[in-house]
Design a protein around this ligand. Structure first.
Ligand SMILES: [Mn+2]
Length: 495
């Protein structure tokens, strides 16, 4: 981040230049100060000579109707209660630099807005709730905030005015700096989504309970189990970009061999940043035995011909929906015999898992179907003594299958994580749910219970599956999975 306009000066020079509005106001001063003193003439000069850039007649965001429907469902669930859903604040990375901001999924889901320090409040009124988004307004030119404060628009870029934000999101907007005082004075029952905004929680501390707040979080997690049309469209976009990212990686495998797994991670990241918002989670670019480390994100290892590359990566769209796709690819384009044997077993397990995804089916069914296939192969290969029923009953296959076979997918890669067991893991599949099916087999490099030729081979195949009215649709079907098709696909990209 370019910061060379900022001479190092004591903190008091900057704070003296910016009038305090109130003690918990969210404007953060640059910690290392701003200017070594501002002359009255310069301060006066900076107040004027700026064009009016207010935007009028903005079109609402594409998902405005969907976010309104989501707020209506929330309103119906908690009648008569004030509901507070913060976006969250910037987090310090070090000194005066911050991590890239990502709004809370609850806030983004209900508003479509992604601004730091934003808060959605649903205030109970006679016939339901009145929604307001509280945001930082445009920077004040009169008091110098726009150029003297660390969150001034001169430093961080133009914000939407409150009127613009209201038009875009279809929700009245108000100044967030007044919200804490408003909440402290509010009467009646209140719930807040915890963990995102300490100042807002502090203002509510004697009005809320952990148990009641948890019910709000659970509701908002379960509300996301079934995706609406807008969300399904976004997830398909995320997958389509991810498919292009995987193609990018295959095209540069030669360069990755000359450098490291980082070349693969970086190549995929380029696609994610150009077409989407970001990656939806840390890319796992695991070559050779690193594939056996489930969350291998160091990505600093060598990429060698003859080994497999396990690439688990997903593009996140501008509206925060992420894909979650894994392919295990022969780095030189051809599977060896043992690699293919293990790969095909995982493929068969995934096919069985996908076939078990259908409306009315139990969520657990696809996991059980995939695990059964893997257990059968493990017994067939003589790695563990049968019968298969005994292996499944004792879970002995798990030495090599390691993880569950999938999870809900959406704005979070592991979406709906606060949903109750009975509505998720012990629940029933419904049209509109999107989940991953991702069985794997992993033979650790130091696993003395398997023959030498298995050791260091890890395979996972992961696709993003939409539950439809009559079965399912594989959103990531554009990426080949079957071993022969993987080889010819790779050859076509490298040729
Ligand atoms: Mn996954």
């Amino acid at each position: 981040m370019a910061d060379e306009l900022t001479p190092a000066v004591p903190d008091d020079a900057a704070t003296a230049a910016v009038p305090e509005t109130e003690s918990e106001e969210p404007i953060k001063k640059r910690k290392n100060g701003l200017y070594p003193g501002v002359s009255d003439e310069l301060a006066e000069n900076m107040k004027s000579g700026w064009a009016d850039t207010e935007l009028h007649d903005l079109r609402p965001i594409a998902q405005a109707a969907e976010t309104a429907a989501r707020r209506a469902a929330l309103s119906a669930r908690f009648p008569g209660e004030r509901l507070v859903i913060p976006a969250g604040n910037l987090k310090t990375r070090s000194n005066d630099t911050e991590y890239a901001f990502r709004a809370s999924v609850e806030y983004a889901y209900l508003t479509g807005n992604q601004t730091e320090d934003g808060v959605l409040v649903l205030e109970p009124v006679a016939d339901g709730h009145k929604a307001t988004i509280y945001l930082l307004p445009r920077s004040d030119r009169e008091n110098g905030e726009f150029w003297l404060s660390g969150q001034g628009e001169l430093w961080v870029g133009r914000r939407h005015s409150l009127a613009e934000a209201a038009q875009l999101h279809g929700i009245p907007a108000a100044d967030v700096r007044e919200l804490a005082a408003t909440l402290r004075e509010a009467t009646g029952p209140v719930r807040v989504v915890r963990g995102y905004d300490a100042a807002i929680e502090a203002a509510l501390t004697d009005k809320v309970t952990a148990e009641r707040d948890a019910e709000l979080r659970v509701f908002l997690s379960e509300a996301r189990l079934v995706k609406d049309e807008f969300e399904i469209g976004e997830l398909q976009k995320a997958v389509d970009s991810t498919v292009r990212g995987f193609e990018d990686v295959v095209r540069v495998l030669d360069k990755a061999q000359a450098t490291s797994e980082r070349y693969i991670e970086g190549t995929f990241f380029l696609r994610a940043r150009v077409e989407g918002n970001d990656v939806g989670y840390g890319t796992i670019a695991a070559a050779g035995p690193h594939a056996c480390t489930l969350h291998w994100v160091r990505n600093d290892g060598p990429v060698r011909a003859g080994d497999l590359l396990l690439l688990d990566a997903g593009v996140e769209t501008h509206t925060y929906y992420t894909a979650d796709v894994t392919r295990t690819l022969p780095i030189d384009g051809r599977f060896t015999e043992i690699q293919k044997k293990i790969y095909d077993a995982v493929y068969d397990a995934q096919e069985a898992g996908i076939a078990a995804v259908a409306p009315g089916g139990k969520y657990r069914d696809f996991h059980d179907a995939a695990q059964r296939v893997l257990a059968e192969r493990i017994v067939e290969w003589g790695l563990v003594e049968g019968p298969v029923e005994r292996v499944l009953e004792l879970g002995l296959q798990r030495r090599w299958t390691l993880h569950g076979t999938g999870h809900m997918l959406g704005m979070d890669v592991h979406d709906c994580a606060a949903a109750r067991v009975e509505s998720y893991v012990d629940g029933t599949l419904e049209p509109g749910m999107v989940l991953t099916v991702e069985p794997g087999l992993y033979f650790q490099a130091d696993d003395l219970t398997v023959p030498q030729e298995y050791r260091g081979i890890g395979v996972r195949i992961e696709d993003d599956i939409l539950v439809t009215e009559d079965g399912n649709r594989n959103l990531s079907a554009a990426l080949p999975r079957q071993s022969d098709e993987v080889e010819s696909w790779m050859a076509s990209l490298k040729g």
